[in-house]
Design a protein around this ligand. Structure first.
Ligand code: PEP
Ligand code: MN
Length: 337
């Protein structure tokens, strides 16, 4: 149930309403919008006499939160969620560009790429230290050493850090080095991991599962938010379809659909969505035109020798021209880079 308070309701009255709802055994979440307190009360709604609740001090009106995802819905929070990370405000009119290698491979590699992507206009450095690889014999990442390198490279060029957390046991470690915790596509429905990152106050980037519907994806965001962490951004990274020419099928439909259903920012990852170097730029441009709040792109200075995802990594020069194009497209849709 969504409980809307009268504009200007004193804090003590708002707190009384929330206490009454909690006493009925409901989980209570609050958001403020245009000087109005909006309270989501979630749980067994039969525990409250809602007719009576309409007459409680401070209550203006009630509305059903009809969607299965409640905290992630626009009904709860009509305004866009903004997430501050380093120099970026994700979800604002300024499009965030995250870029870097698929995997951190070493000091020289990370610094070389960080310098180039920072110069081009990225504000967040990506790089995996724990890699979810299809083959157990493929490079699995440098682990904590990789996180240290990534942090140093990012700091050297004024960038924030995003890196994937694969396991509940890694959440503390990742939180020490990264500014954004990435939940990979394969873990989108790992509910214990979602709960664990929901207990942190770190921004989370939740990638869409390989075969997940938009609703399942938003329900996964809900798992994180229900634990108290509201700083969630979604990432469309392509889904599995019958098409085999590209690595995945980048579902750009998801961008305007999510924008309608949810207040959470949406980032697009055309690198994993397409998987073919010369098809990344057109889909990155299309993502921005479709209304994405940001892009995450794999860049490597020597992709032929990359330890993962070389064939889909842009050369730094290609990334430079892509960012220039993105600036132009951003302007057309009322955004900046
Ligand atoms: C990645 O970002 O390197 C990655 C493994 O992505 P995904 O989880 O989308 O496959
Ligand atoms: Mn990758």
């Amino acid at each position: 149930m969504l409980v809307l308070l009268k504009p200007g309701t004193p804090e003590t009255t708002a707190n009384d309403v929330m206490t009454r709802l909690r006493m009925a055994g409901l989980a209570v979440h609050r958001t403020d919008h245009d000087a109005q307190v909006r309270i989501a009360a979630i749980g067994d709604l039969s525990a409250v006499d809602w007719e009576a609740a309409k007459t409680w001090a401070g209550v203006e009106s009630l509305a059903k939160l009809a969607k299965p995802f409640k905290l992630a819905s626009r009904a709860f929070r009509p305004h866009d969620t903004l997430i501050s990370v380093g120099r970026a405000t994700i979800g604002s009119e300024k499009i965030v560009i995250m870029a870097g290698p698929c995997s951190v491979e070493g000091e020289e590699q990370a610094f070389t790429i960080a310098e180039r992507v920072a110069k081009a206009g990225a504000t967040v450095l990506r790089g995996g230290a724990f890699k979810p690889r299809t083959s157990p014999y493929a490079f699995q990442g440098l682990g904590e050493e990789g996180l240290k390198i990534l942090r140093r490279a990012a700091d050297a060029f004024g960038l924030a850090v995003i890196s994937e957390v694969m396991d509940t046991a890694q959440v503390g470690l990742l939180s020490r080095y990264a500014d954004i915790l990435q939940i990979g596509a394969r873990n989108m429905q790992n509910y214990s991991l979602l709960r664990e990152v929901g207990h942190t106050q770190k921004p989370i980037m939740l990638k869409r599962g390989l075969s997940s519907t938009i609703e399942e994806w938003l329900m996964s965001a809900e798992h994180i938010m229900a634990q108290g962490n509201q700083q969630v951004m979604l990432c469309e990274r392509g889904i599995r379809t019958f098409e085999t020419y590209t690595r995945n099928t980048l579902d750009l439909n998801a961008v305007p659909v999510v924008k309608e259903l949810s207040h959470l920012p949406i980032i697009v990852d055309p690198s994993h969505g397409v998987g073919i170097r010369d098809k990344i730029a057109p889909m990155a441009r299309a993502s921005v035109a479709a209304g994405a709040d940001g892009l995450i792109i794999e860049v490597h200075h020597d992709p032929d020798h990359a330890l993962s995802d070389g064939p889909q990594s842009l050369y730094p020069d290609q990334f430079d021209s892509l960012v220039a194009q993105i600036r132009t497209i951003a302007g057309v849709v009322g955004r900046t880079v």
